[in-house]
Design a protein around this ligand. Sequence first.
Ligand code: KG4
Ligand code: ZN
Length: 337
Amino acid sequence: MKILSIESSCDETAAAVVVDGREVISSVIASQVEEHKLYGGVVPEIASRRHAESIVGVVNEALEKADTTLDDIDAIAVTHAPGLIGALLVGVNFAKGLSLATKKPLVPVHHLRSHIAANYISHKELKPPFLCLVVSGGHSHIVMVESYTKMRIIGRTRDDAAGEAFDKAARTMGIPYPGGIMLDKIAEKGDENAFKLPHPKVDDAPYDFSFSGLKTAVINIIHNMEQKGEEIPKADVCASFRKAVVDCLTKNFIKAAEDLGVKTLVTAGGVSANSLLRRELTKACEQNGYELYMPDLSLCGDNAAMVGSQGYYEYLSGNIAPLDLNAVATLPIDYRE
Ligand code: KG4
Ligand code: ZN
């Protein structure tokens, strides 16, 4: 089954052609990052306008690169939630137009589910059930993936998402948006024990995360040093902060796996590109005898190939949308089976 997939939930306009959920024939991404960088973060109004300008070209390019036409496509999958509403609406409306014109089924895809599905592309043998650490700019979850479409939330952040915390800490140090990637690179040269930072825990919720106190602690360190006119040892601050975030993510994830008796662990989302997180989880899984799957670096961030993968499994589960499908800014990952 050949799916044309579309993604526009944040600041990437993307389209792909994917066969049977696993084989990517083409994948095109138009990133707006350079423009949002000027403002230190994503400006929703600008994002929507750029999606509207780019979507026709991106979809055409995905079809051309796949050497295919709409006649050969079996279904159209689109990210409909969660995300920036104006941004999502561009992809959703475009997909609805295509579905109406071609009479092909329209498949709605949850953005976080698609991040998980990036692993089905990177690891052809991977099948549910498994435990997944979903860490993106907007979400941090530990999810039990019971089947391709049945998800159970085991833990979640009580405040900031991991990616958001990385971006805000980076911004305080003058590192341009999206700071998480750069902070990770700078941290490689720093001393992770240079600054003592809290490792916040949530009472009575051992799998939940809380990053806002940690973020405030690092921001206070930077501001105090600035007030005293001291030079910020950026690499050491980045390394100490990254270590604290990664410790919290790794600890809760491994504890959840132990308690649930799950032996297959998976990561998903933009933050799963973090080099320390990848190293620490690899180590922890080797020590515990767990199998670990992480998406290829090229599939950690937003793309449409992962939407085509999850779209295939949503289609098989009967998730086909009517033409009044709407975009939704907030939708839990377990909204349906
Ligand atoms: O999944 P994603 O591309 O978009 C959302 O769905 O939010 O995640 C983007 C987030 C940003 O906060 C970005 O800074 C973060 O992932 N990120 C990283 C790294 N690469 C991307 N954070 C830490 N280390 C990285 N290497
Ligand atoms: Zn994402």
